[in-house]
Design a protein around this ligand. Structure first.
Ligand code: TYM
Length: 344
C-alpha cells in the first residue's frame, strides 16, 4: 500500500506558492486516496531551527501552520498531522543516517548556500563559509531524508524546489539498503502542476517566506483588499496585450499561472487563458487575477480564522492524535533500522 508523506516549515501562514505547489496537492491526494493508503503531513519545526528563531514566534508559527493545514482541507480523521519535533524517531534516524552521509555530497546541495546567501559554487570548507555554516543547516537534507524514510513513504508531494532533496533521500535509502538490510523504501516525487510560483515583486525568483518584502507574496490569510493591493503592485511590463511567456514576460506569466492554478476550470492551459484575456489592460488583468484568488481562498481564510480564534483544545487534540499515529509508524521502522545495524 502507498504511504504519502510531506512536510512544511512553520513560518506563519503559508503563501500561495506553498498552497498551489504543495498543500492543495496534499488535500487532493487525501481526498482521492484508497482506503489502505496512509497519509502523513508534518510541520517541520526541527528544520525551522536550522535558522535562528525567536522562541515565542516559533511557538506561534507552529500553531498557525497546524491551523493552516486544517484550514486548507486536510482532515485529521484521514491524514496523520503532527509536529515533527514530537516524534523523536525522526531525530534518531537522522543521526544514524548522518553517520554514513558524505560531506562531499552535502556540500554540493544548494539550499544551505541560498539560505546563507552564498554563491552556488561555495564550498563549506572555504574560510568565508566555514565559520558561519552551522552543522544543523549543513545536515538539513539528512534530516529531511530521515523524515521521509522513517515512515517508509512511497510518495512525496512537493514543489520543484524540493526535488534535489528527494533525490538525496533516495540516495540515502539505497545506500543504507546496500550497506545493511534492504528495509528502507525509495520514495517517488510527486510534483504538482504549480511547481514554481514566482515572487510578485521579483518574478525571476520563487515566491518565498524568507523574502523581506511582504508584497512579494500572498498569504492564505490575506483579505480581499490585501490581495488586490499586492497584485496591483506586482511587477509586470509595459508590453501591450496579455500573453503567456515565462521567459520574456515573467511577471505577467506568473499572474496568469496563479489565476490558472487557482481555478483550472477557467481554461485548458495558461497559454489558452492568456489568449482569452489578450485584450485586457494590465490593470483589468490584475483585478481579474485578484478576484479569482479571493474567490477560491476565501473559505480557507474563514476556516483558518475560526480555528485560530476558536477553542485551542481542538488543535491540541488534533496534534495529540497525529503524534500518536505517527509515532507508531516511525517506531516500526526505527525498530527494523536498529536491528539492521546491531543496536537492538
Ligand atoms: P517549505 O516549508 O519551504 O515549503 C513547503 C512546500 O511548499 C513548496 N513551495 C513552493 N511550490 C511552488 N512554488 C513556490 N514558490 C513554493 N515555495 C514553496 C515546497 O516545494 C514544499 O513542497 N524542506 C522542506 C520541508 C520538509 C519536507 C520534509 C518536505 C521537511 N522534511 C520531507 C518533504 C519531505 C521545506 O522547507 O519546505
Amino acid at each position: 500500500p502507498q504511504v504519502i508523506f510531506s512536510a512544511i516549515q512553520p513560518t506563519g501562514a503559508p503563501h500561495l506558492g506553498n498552497y498551489l505547489g504543495a498543500l492543495r496537492q496534499w488535500v487532493k491526494l487525501q481526498n482521492e486516496a484508497l482506503p489502505e493508503t496512509t497519509l502523513l503531513y508534518s510541520v517541520a519545526d526541527l528544520h525551522a531551527i536550522t535558522l535562528r528563531q525567536d522562541p515565542s514566534i516559533l511557538r506561534e508559527w507552529r500553531k498557525q501552520m497546524l491551523a493552516s493545514l486544517i484550514a486548507v482541507g486536510l482532515d485529521p480523521k484521514r491524514s496523520i498531522i503532527f509536529h515533527q519535533s514530537a516524534i523523536p524517531a525522526h531525530s534518531e534516524l537522522h543521526w544514524i543516517l548522518s553517520c554514513n552521509a558524505s560531506m562531499g555530497y552535502l556540500s554540493r546541495m544548494t539550499q544551505w548556500k541560498s539560505k546563507m546567501a552564498l554563491p552556488e559554487n561555495a564550498n563549506p570548507l572555504d574560510t568565508s563559509s566555514k565559520a558561519k555554516l552551522k552543522l544543523g543547516l549543513f545536515s538539513y537534507p539528512v534530516l529531511q531524508a530521515a523524515d521521509i524514510l522513517i515512515h517508509r513513504a512511497t510518495h512525496v508531494p512537493v514543489g520543484a524546489d524540493q526535488t534535489q532533496h528527494l533525490e538525496y533521500a533516495r540516495e540515502v535509502a539505497s545506500g543504507f539498503n546496500h550497506l545493511h538490510t534492504p528495509i528502507l523504501t525509495l520514495p517517488s516525487t510527486i510534483l504538482s502542476p504549480a511547481k514554481r510560483i514566482m515572487s510578485l515583486t521579483q518574478p525571476l525568483k520563487k515566491m518565498s517566506k524568507s523574502d523581506p518584502d511582504p508584497k512579494s507574496r500572498i498569504l492564505i490569510t490575506d483579505t480581499h483588499a490585501t490581495i488586490k493591493r499586492k497584485i496591483k503592485s506586482a511587477l509586470t511590463d509595459s508590453i501591450e496585450g496579455i500573453t503567456y511567456d515565462p521567459v520574456t514576460r515573467p511577471g505577467v506569466s506568473n499572474l496568469i499561472e496563479m489565476m490558472y492554478c487557482m481555478d483550472e476550470s477557467v481554461a485548458e492551459s495558461p497559454v489558452l487563458l492568456a489568449n482569452e484575456l489578450k485584450d485586457l489592460s494590465m490593470r483589468a488583468l490584475k483585478e481579474k487575477v485578484a478576484d479569482t484568488i479571493e474567490l477560491h481562498i476565501r473559505d480557507v481564510r474563514e476556516r483558518y480564522e475560526s480555528i485560530v480564534f476558536g477553542d485551542a483544545k481542538v488543535l491540541m487534540d488534533i496534534n495529540e492524535e497525529g503524534v500518536r499515529k505517527a509515532k507508531q509508524s516511525a517506531d516500526a521502522t526505527l525498530k527494523l533500522v536498529r536491528e539492521a545495524i546491531g543496536l537492538d
